[in-house]
Design a protein around this ligand. Sequence first.
Ligand SMILES: [Ca+2]
Ligand SMILES: [Ca+2]
Ligand SMILES: [Ca+2]
Length: 306
Amino acid sequence: MFNFLRRLVVTSALVATAAGGGGAYMFAGPAYALGPSNDDVANAASLVGVSGQYAPSLNNSSASAEPGEPAHYVNGQIVRPANHSVWFKWTAHATAEAVFRSQGSKFDTVLAVYQQFGSGFSGLVQMGSNDDTDFAEGHSLQSQVSFVASQGQEYLIAVDSYNSTNTGGVTLTWTGNDDFHGAQPLSGPLPGSNSIVGLSNEGATHEIQERAHAGDPATHSVWFAWQAPRTGMATFESTLDKYDTQLAVYTGDNVAALNLVTENDNTPSGRQARVTFPAVAGTTYMIALDGVGDQRGRTVIQYSLP
Ligand SMILES: [Ca+2]
Ligand SMILES: [Ca+2]
Ligand SMILES: [Ca+2]
């Protein structure tokens, strides 16, 4: 997994660069002597992009709880006091479902998402919280929270240890393009080169009126919006063989009434999907990525246009 995660970081950075500005991951505050720079909520690290993975290497062993910090996971009699929390902040680009995960972290995590209504910790309202999640690989001690985000609203995300004695490397990924209206804009590609975008559809869902993609009912779809920069034969393909993917390309602005351009489940050589279609300069194509049946996980989409 480690190699893959490094690759995903690189691909996210590439996409951010291609998008032109605002793509750099950054810390929000000064580095503290003891804990990581995003130990305190006031120094939450900014998550940039509709989907992605927090790029800097991060370990929560020297992170701590602040006075008054809430327990990030409470479930009946189970209360896990804050102990080694690290914080992130993300602003929603659309009113749409968003998913945050600590999948890939090296310890037993809890994860919570908050919206700040009043000042201080007492002004935080929890949007969701989780301890363990069944990812595609099976039961995991890592966590996932999904919620409906509001366009332009900032959310605070805390990753903490379930037990204060169990700490380690923190991985945080997010997916803000679960819903059609949350589609992630794609830019590029440059003539003669491929652009790539990596993401996970773990925790993504299907919408009530969403059609089947490539002959299979929608389950864990994620969406991209790509405006063709020029006319030509465009190709989109999923290239990381972690699960059986499907791709479908549409035009239209209503998930319940889309015009199909093309769709594919498997290439002749395997279970990954590839679509090629005549793109018209200036037209926005809505591209769905989904898994066959309940299949989900991480993949990389590569796209090109001569
Ligand atoms: Ca902390
Ligand atoms: Ca856990
Ligand atoms: Ca979806």
